[in-house]
Design a protein. Structure first.
Ligand code: SAM
Ligand code: SF4
Length: 474
């Protein structure tokens, strides 16, 4: 029986998970003695920033149990945190599972675990049960907070453990997290999605929208700042609808204002903003809050109002362009980036040209361009006017060319400017240089030393190289 049916409070659940971490730690320690070495793990993340943050939770828990992280998959415990937003994400996982089988032959006590969005898809668990018996642990997106308990069950049994839930409305706070970066961190402000864009599988695999309490978010960020973090990325599938389902509703704009007050925090980013819910107050909050980066990721998906309607996006081309105009009026230097899907069912050459026209009109700083991928279970998958692959490919290449030309032009226009830059690390090829990030998310390399990591400097952008700059501190 699932514990959430026993109605444990989130606090009791968190306490119980710490008890499982202790119990697992004992089993790990016994195994270490047996092998005469430390046990190792590797968590491999597929997909978005949400998954990256979830993986930090998995890493935190495995570290707490005594496992030691290694870079490659020749480890005692390998976890794949999967994505299913496009078909090629699924294919990558199936391919790599084959490789893991050969690793496991050499290291029979190896544990292989799978979690994340792909596990919530119908048919996946059945396929794993039938043909991938070497996978030890399978769970989904709704019970990641039970990871410690599931690992313990895995360590104390030889059976394949499968625990995939259809839903859950509980948010369990305060479990261990080990960040990938010392100075920056993602922070979930909400989970799930209510929007049901007709091409998208996310609402089916991540469940309905749930917002975290503002006090929990603020407490987490204060803790991160105390631990050396100076930049946070507030994460949600549609941050603009944050707080609507809380007992005391709070808008995303007001959450930004609260986060902006946190002492010691230097930069705030957020994603993703759905155009249909983007309020004038959010634009005002971005303008008022000095720590909020001048960057808006605003997915367009298509520039054709007819296609946007079939995509169930609840805005049209005019409304989208109106938001862009308001953003630029309020924050003249704002960087705008986007997501675009090419080849949605029924997309005609005219629809595609409308997308190209919006791209030229907005002049995005950068854009993620995707080939439409048919996801079983979504309304678009059963539409009978699917676009032929060669037509999609041709449109995709044309779009990419326009996007890249505009990005390069936008970057070039920044040459000579002095901008605030957060130093993220030493340059990978030349350690007399450091690499830092601009508010618009582009990187710049300039002379510097390791002790500058995590600090913001004013840097002159001396030369644009298309997707990055060379610069110097002023
Ligand atoms: N919630 C975010 C939003 O609404 O913009 C996006 C989340 S989704 C993980 C990221 C991007 O993947 C979407 O903006 C969309 O462009 C793309 N995407 C989603 N479903 C897709 C599909 N079936 N085929 C191709 N691209 C897709
Ligand atoms: Fe998918 Fe639309 Fe939700 Fe974004 S808002 S996750 S594209 S359904």
């Amino acid at each position: 029986m699932r514990d959430f049916e026993l109605n444990l409070t989130p606090e009791q659940e968190s306490k119980k998970q710490y008890e499982y971490m202790e119990k697992a730690k004992e089993l790990v320690s016994i195994k270490e003695k047996e092998l005469g070495r430390k046990l190792t793990f590797s968590v491999v993340t597929f997909g978005c920033q949400m998954n990256a943050r979830d993986s930090e939770k998995l890493v935190g828990i495995l570290t707490e149990m005594g496992y030691v992280e290694v870079e490659d998959e020749h480890a005692d415990f390998v976890m794949y945190n999967t994505c299913t937003v496009r078909e090629n994400a699924d294919n990558k996982v199936w391919g790599r599972l084959g490789y893991l089988q050969s690793y496991k032959k050499k290291n029979p006590h190896m544990i292989i675990g799978l979690c994340g969005c792909m596990m919530q898809e119908p048919g996946v668990v059945e396929k794993l049960k039938k043909s991938y018996k070497h996978v030890n642990l399978i769970f989904g997106t709704h019970n990641i907070y039970k990871f410690a308990e599931l690992v313990y069950r895995c360590l104390s049994s030889n059976k394949q453990i499968i625990d995939v839930w259809k839903e859950n409305d509980k948010i369990v706070e305060d479990l261990p997290i080990k960040r990938k970066f010392k100075f920056k961190s993602g922070v979930n402000i909400m989970f799930g999605c209510n929007n049901f864009c007709s091409y998208c599988i996310v609402p089916y695999v991540r469940g309905r929208e749930k917002s975290r309490e503002p006090k929990d978010i603020i407490r987490e960020i204060e803790g991160l700042v105390a631990d050396g973090v100076c930049e946070v990325m507030l994460l949600g599938q549609n941050v603009n609808s944050y707080g609507k389902n809380l007992d005391n509703p709070m808008s995303f704009a007001n959450l930004l204002r609260e986060v902006n007050k946190i002492e010691g925090l230097k930069r705030i980013r957020f994603m993703t903003s759905h155009p249909k819910d983007l309020s004038d107050d959010l634009i005002l909050a971005m303008k008022e809050c000095d720590k909020v980066c001048g960057h808006m990721h605003l997915p367009l998906q298509s520039g054709s109002s007819r296609i946007l309607k079939v995509m169930n996006r609840h805005y049209d081309k005019e409304k989208y362009l109106d938001i862009v105009r308001k953003l630029r009026e309020a924050i003249p230097d704002i960087a705008i980036t986007t997501d675009i899907i090419v080849g949605f069912p029924g997309e005609t050459e005219e629809d595609f040209e409308e997308t190209l026209n919006v791209v030229k009109e907005v002049e995005y700083d950068s854009a993620f361009t995707f080939i439409y991928s048919k996801r079983t279970g979504t309304p678009a998958a059963t539409m009978d006017n699917q676009v032929p692959h060669d037509v999609i490919k041709d449109r995709f290449n044309r779009l990419l060319k326009v996007v890249q030309e505009i990005s390069a032009k936008k970057a070039k226009s920044l040459e000579g400017k002095v901008v605030p830059v957060l130093v993220e690390g030493l340059n990978e090829h030349d350690d007399s240089l450091v690499t830092g990030r601009l508010e618009n998310n582009l990187v710049v390399h300039f002379k510097g030393t390791e002790d500058m990591i995590g600090q913001i400097y004013n840097v002159k952008l001396e030369e644009s190289k298309g997707f990055y700059f060379l610069g110097g501190i002023v």
